[in-house]
Design a binder for this molecule. Structure first.
Ligand SMILES: [Zn+2]
Length: 406
């Protein structure tokens, strides 16, 4: 390649145009590859908990770059024509990202046509015309400006699977922005209830935090929350009666849990063929290396922390795709059955009432699938057992939800 300094002005322009065109084609090609990689869930094999983590950790994209590509990849499965817009340069990646939350079968053709050739600013104006937002309501402390849509926090959109992204929520997203080496600006939208609680805490702690400084107040609260949660998980603190684990029980004793969490440093322990470890620190569970179902013992050596993504990956490897699909189907059927019970107990009890243990177990399963923590669900069901609630899935589920969401 000749040094650029020696090419003519005309040739320089031509070369640049060709390079940009190649860059656009490559950008569309990258998205195309991401879609297939996502479909095969190959990121799991490479020790990443999500496509987003893969984009950042394995492909070296910035958090913003990863979020945009991931979102565009997901939406391109529904509207493959957007990749043509990207490859031809009609709509840039940021533009497609902005559009992604608004495209529907009805508006896709018109919206894409109007979006062609527009800058980011022009696209934001276009979207504001198409999808006007209500005026910002007056609040007592209107201190949080709504960030531009493209400035999505890196903490959002990091999910590994699920339906295409929902339309943007009107509330501003949380942002953590470094101000200096030791300070950060943290912004988020609080509900009125949280505002009242903050006020309440500020008053209660007026002696301990005389300045009423919100950061100091929240740091104290978070410290206490971390201490409580750590204690709850590790069982430190109160000396417990040593509970003998019944043979055949799936229960992981608290000492084993603590040792595994310490050894794995609260991080997914999955390591890929090249020795790279998954960086996920959220949604971790303790799993058996040699599966419990195949007789693996519940010992520190045979247990490890896994993120939900790698837990599913291992289950597929050990038990096969079919088994996992069947388990998912069973859980769904259980949940649907529980939900489909009539709201009013108009019929007499079914002739073959399932044993009580089954109903409690089913409802616990259903609650966990609805997003409650297993411990929460268990506690609520124990409460209902004490109250003597009828051990049938439907009434039990309704009562449990009332306990969990008063
Ligand atoms: Zn993992």
């Amino acid at each position: 390649m000749r040094a650029l300094s020696s090419v003519s002005d005309r040739e320089l322009r031509e070369r640049l145009t060709a390079a940009v065109s190649a860059e656009r084609m490559a950008a569309a090609d990258v998205i195309y590859h991401l879609v297939e990689l996502d479909r095969r869930q190959l990121y799991r094999e490479d020790a990443c908990s999500s496509l987003y983590a893969y984009c950042v950790e394995r492909l070296g994209y910035s958090e913003d770059g990863a979020t945009k590509r991931m979102r565009v990849a997901r939406i391109s499965q529904q509207f493959p024509q957007i990749l043509d817009e990207l490859a031809s340069g009609a709509i840039h990646l940021t533009g497609l990202f902005l559009l992604s939350g608004h495209l529907t079968e009805e508006n896709v053709d018109r919206l894409l046509a109007e979006a062609r050739g527009k800058s980011k600013r022009q696209l934001e104006e276009l979207l504001a015309r198409w999808f006007p937002k209500p005026d910002v309501a007056a609040t007592i402390t209107p201190s949080v400006p709504e960030p531009a849509q493209a400035e999505l926090s890196t903490m959002s959109g990091a999910g590994s699977s699920g339906p295409p992204p929902a339309p943007p929520v009107p509330a501003a997203r949380a942002r953590v922005e470094p101000l200096s080496a030791t300070t950060f600006r943290v912004e988020f939208t609080a509900s009125a209830a949280l505002r009242d609680k903050l006020e309440h805490a500020r008053n209660l702690l007026s002696h301990a935090v005389p300045s009423g400084d919100l950061a100091a107040l929240i740091e104290r609260a978070i410290d206490e929350l971390i201490a409580v949660e750590t204690k709850r998980r590790s069982g430190t603190g109160k000396p417990r009666k040593h509970r003998q684990t019944k043979p055949g029980s799936r229960h992981v004793p608290v000492e084993v849990q603590r040792a595994v969490r310490e050894r794995d440093e609260d991080q997914c322990a999955f390591v890929d063929a090249e020795g790279r470890r998954c960086s996920e620190k959220r949604f971790l569970t303790i799993e058996h290396l040699e599966p419990f179902a195949l007789g693996g013992p519940t010992t520190v050596e045979n247990c490890c922390l896994l993120c939900s993504s790698h837990n599913a990956y291992r289950a597929r490897q050990v038990f096969g795709e079919e088994h996992v699909a069947r388990k998912v189907e069973e859980a769904r059927a259980d949940r649907d059955a529980a939900a489909a019970e009539p709201a009013e107990p108009t019929e007499p009890a079914a002739p073959a009432a399932p044993p009580e243990r089954d109903a409690f177990q089913k409802v616990q399963y259903a609650l966990v699938h609805m997003g409650f923590k297993a411990t929460q669900a268990k506690r609520a069901l124990e409460e209902l057992r004490r109250r003597g609630v009828e051990p049938q899935p439907a009434p039990l589920l309704r009562a449990a939800i009332t306990v969990l969401m008063p």
